[in-house]
Design a protein around this ligand. Structure first.
Ligand code: FAD
Length: 452
């Protein structure tokens, strides 16, 4: 006879992966879910997300309220000025790619983008802080603890009643049947799963990318010379000194503008990101606007705006491939498992896909003895796809910076590259991904019960 007590799950990290997964799992009465988040409260670090179709499909699988939390906070790309009416939801929008340098320069107002990504009706963007606030509202206050920074994980022998034990920086500790690490790019859980000495343990920045970002009001941006149309879309302007981009935020009233520079991160500088907040902007080189003299005037206006304040700037990074995403009853998801460079705009989408698969599998986990089968199925289905996206984002960065062969010399080649990449990331059949994972889990559960 199996145990009738709920299966306890500790989720470490209340970011996009942790909170969206918690919001879905909390609806399952056979589970007892707690979230532990390191920071005392989420801050607005000015990151804008333009989520692609696979992110929206994953949210819908997690539940209508998760999807709605996003819709409530997002702005239709192309609306601008705070309007967000139904007609605009019917307008098709895409991330638009322009050349800002060289013979194919295409940012002038009458020019069409050279390629596009993620064309969809009513495509939206959202600030990370807004999305987190929306997701947090779905998790009852007694299920999430802030100010709990995980420092240590330990697993008892599996078998009847074996628990995962964990400790926090404030000296407190806890235990659960299963621990899911959604603790971001600098994950502690990753160290437990892979072993501290593993070569893929820590994030890397092979191309020494530095991303400079600023957030200003839409009026300020226009006053500073940024073209009005670039405050209503998600443009990516390419050139050999790095790419320039904009994302409308907060229902179109603010604009996140950025410049990504390959080779600009200080040699040996650690990768920044959530969990390393105190590192932001420190040891950062100035953004040298002189390097952009040959960019189009439309791109230079954005560079000048970003260069005014480089305090919100990151040495970004990603993970070399982990050979496995779980160990015993401990698994990692989201950026903890497969942090990617932000250039394919799919890191949060992959975190949401992880959450959708785990949510589906844990619908079937009625006893602690079934946890490993669920985590094995999650690993088998999610690892290859999420790691392919990590590789793709690296390639996007190099293509944007004219550093991937000669692809930038031929607009047709560039267009084909983005079309194929977009199909892989955005058009995936996530229902099938969930079903594949479930059939792997069923097979494993059957195998285990035969062996017992
Ligand atoms: P995070 O959002 O990093 O959350 C991790 C959480 O864990 C944090 O709240 C952190 O405080 C907490 N934590 C850390 N350590 C501990 C600990 N020891 N104990 C407890 N809690 C801990 N993705 C897209 O899909 N589209 C985009 O357009 C896009 N744009 C981006 C732009 C930029 C500039 C960047 C940097 C990223 C972008 N991404 C985008 C990627 C996306 O932001 C991440 O992939 C996503 O936030 C990952 O979610 P997560 O929950 O796994 O990690």
């Amino acid at each position: 006879m199996g145990s009738t007590a709920p299966v306890s799950i500790a989720i470490i990290g209340g970011g996009i992966a942790g909170l969206s997964l918690a919001a879905a799992l909390l609806k399952k009465p056979h589970l007892d879910v707690r979230v532990y988040e390191a920071v005392p409260a989420h801050s607005d670090v000015g990151a804008g997300l333009a989520l692609h179709r696979n992110a929206l499909k994953a949210m819908a699988l997690l539940g209508p309220e998760v999807h709605q939390a996003y819709l409530d906070k997002a702005v239709n790309i192309g609306s601008g000025g705070g309007s967000d009416n139904d007609d605009e939801a019917e307008v098709e929008m895409a991330t638009e790619i322009f050349f800002a340098w060289g013979p194919h320069a295409s940012t002038a107002p009458d020019q069409k983008p050279v390629a596009e990504l993620g064309r969809a009706k009513g495509r939206k963007s959202v600030s990370r802080a807004d999305l987190l606030a929306g997701l947090l509202a779905l998790v009852p206050g007694d299920k999430v603890r802030f100010g709990k920074r995980l420092t240590r994980v330990e697993e008892e022998e599996t078998g009847a009643g074996g628990k995962v034990r964990f400790e926090f920086g404030d000296g407190t500790a806890g235990e659960a049947d299963c621990l899911l690490g959604a603790d971001g790019i600098h994950s502690i859980v990753r160290g437990f799963v892979l072993g501290e000495g593993h070569p893929a343990r820590h994030p890397v920045n092979h191309d020494r990318w530095q991303v400079y970002r600023t957030v200003v009001t839409r009026e300020e941006a226009i006053k500073a010379g940024v073209e009005e149309r670039f405050t209503r879309t998600v443009p990516i302007l390419l050139g050999p000194r790095g790419h320039v981009n904009c994302i409308p935020l907060n229902k179109g009233t603010r604009l996140s503008a950025g410049v990504a520079v390959r080779g600009a991160a200080v040699e040996g500088k650690e990768v920044d990101g959530p969990g390393k907040d105190d590192n932001e902007g420190k040891g950062t080189r100035e953004l040298d606007v002189g390097l952009y003299k040959e960019y189009t005037p439309e791109a230079r206006a954005i560079v000048d705006l970003v260069a005014r304040d480089i305090s919100a700037s990151w040495a970004v990074g990603d993970h070399d491939h982990a050979p496995v995403y779980f160990k015993g009853r401990v698994a990692m998801l989201g950026d903890a498992a497969h942090a990617s460079l932000p250039f394919a705009g799919n890191g949060a989408a992959q975190a949401l896909e992880d959450a959708a698969v785990l949510d589906h599998l844990f619908g079937r986990v009625k006893q602690p003895s079934q946890i490993e089968a669920a985590l094995g199925a999650y690993d088998a289905v999610r690892r290859p796809r999420s790691q392919a996206v990590v590789d793709l984002a690296r390639k996007f960065g190099r293509v944007y910076a004219f550093a991937e062969g000669d692809i930038h010399e031929d607009p047709d080649k560039l267009r084909d590259f983005f079309t194929l990449a977009g199909q892989f990331t955005n058009e995936a059949d996530l229902m099938k991904q969930n079903e594949d994972a479930m059939s792997k889990m069923e097979k494993s559960v059957r195998g285990r019960s035969k062996n017992n």
